[in-house]
Every structure is written in C-alpha cells, then in structure tokens.
Design a protein around this ligand. Structure first.
Ligand code: HEC
Length: 118
C-alpha cells in the first residue's frame, strides 16, 4: 500500500512538472514589408522613379504610353512586373540595369495600397 502511494505521488509530480513545461508555441511574427514603407506618395515617390529612370522619356512615344497619374494607374501591373523582371514581361528599363529593390518595393507597396493619386 505504501508503494502505491509513493508511485502515485511520483506520477502526480511528473504530471504537474510536464504541465508547467508547456510554453506557448513560438510563432514568428508576420512582417508585412509594406507596413514599414507605406504610405507611398505618387507625386513624391512613384513619379520621380519613373522620371529618373527614363520610363516617361521612352514611354511618351513607345507603347505602353504613360506620362501621368491616370496612365500610370492604368498600366500599374505591367509596370511593376516589368521592373521586377517577371519572366512573362519585357524587363525594364530597356537596356538599363534593374532598379534597386528599395524602389521596386515602393512601386509594389503603392499598388498594394490601392495606387492612390497622392
Ligand atoms: C530606352 C527606352 C525605354 C526605357 C528607358 C524604358 N522602356 Fe519600357 N519599353 C521600351 C520598349 C521598346 C518596349 C517594348 C515595346 C513593344 O513591345 O512594343 C517597352 C515595354 C514596356 C512595358 C510593356 C512590357 C510587356 O512585357 O508588356 C512596360 C510595362 C514598360 N516598358 C515599362 C517601363 C518602365 C516602368 C520603365 C522605367 C523603369 C521603362 N519601361 C523604361 C522602351 C523603354
């Protein structure tokens, strides 16, 4: 009888010991890239990127034609895919090197936030 009590005591001890060891699962925090980049402004960010990389210079006469907010808005998805060098689009800028990720991310985040005219 004494043995059973001791064994029960030991089992209980381990039960509680195990319970105590349970910690919340470690879930990596979901980092949304655009949270740290938005808000992106069309006038202060996107327009200067397209201007400085000669996008407007060529695309005032070469299709797709874009030169201002409404035309960039209409072409926003092909513009993003082409500067991301997505294999199903012609890589842009034509004959130029790929834009830095920081600029590509700005274009992406501007589009993801609804491509506002801001
Ligand atoms: C030196 C001239 C030149 C520059 C600079 C240039 N493009 Fe282009 N772009 C072209 C030509 C040429 C085409 C192909 C037109 C065609 O197929 O009729 C093109 C095509 C495109 C297309 C359509 C791609 C597709 O696969 O449908 C997009 C979008 C585009 N350019 C965006 C841009 C952006 C954004 C920039 C600036 C980062 C840029 N372009 C800079 C000449 C240029």
């Amino acid at each position: 009888m004494k043995h059973i009590l001791i064994i029960t005591y030991i089992l209980c001890f381990f039960c509680f010991a195990c319970k105590k060891d349970k910690t919340a699962p470690v879930v990596p925090p979901v980092v949304n890239l655009c949270d740290s980049i938005n808000p992106v402004s069309f006038i202060n960010d996107i327009d200067p990127i397209l201007n400085a990389n000669n996008c407007y210079a060529c695309h005032s006469s070469i299709a797709p034609i874009f030169s201002d907010y409404s035309s960039v808005f209409d072409w926003r998805d092909p513009i993003l895919k082409s500067i991301q060098h997505d294999p199903s689009f012609r890589p842009m800028p034509e004959n130029g090197s790929k834009l830095p990720d920081s600029l590509i991310n700005k274009v992406q985040c501007w589009i993801e936030s609804g491509a506002p005219n801001n």
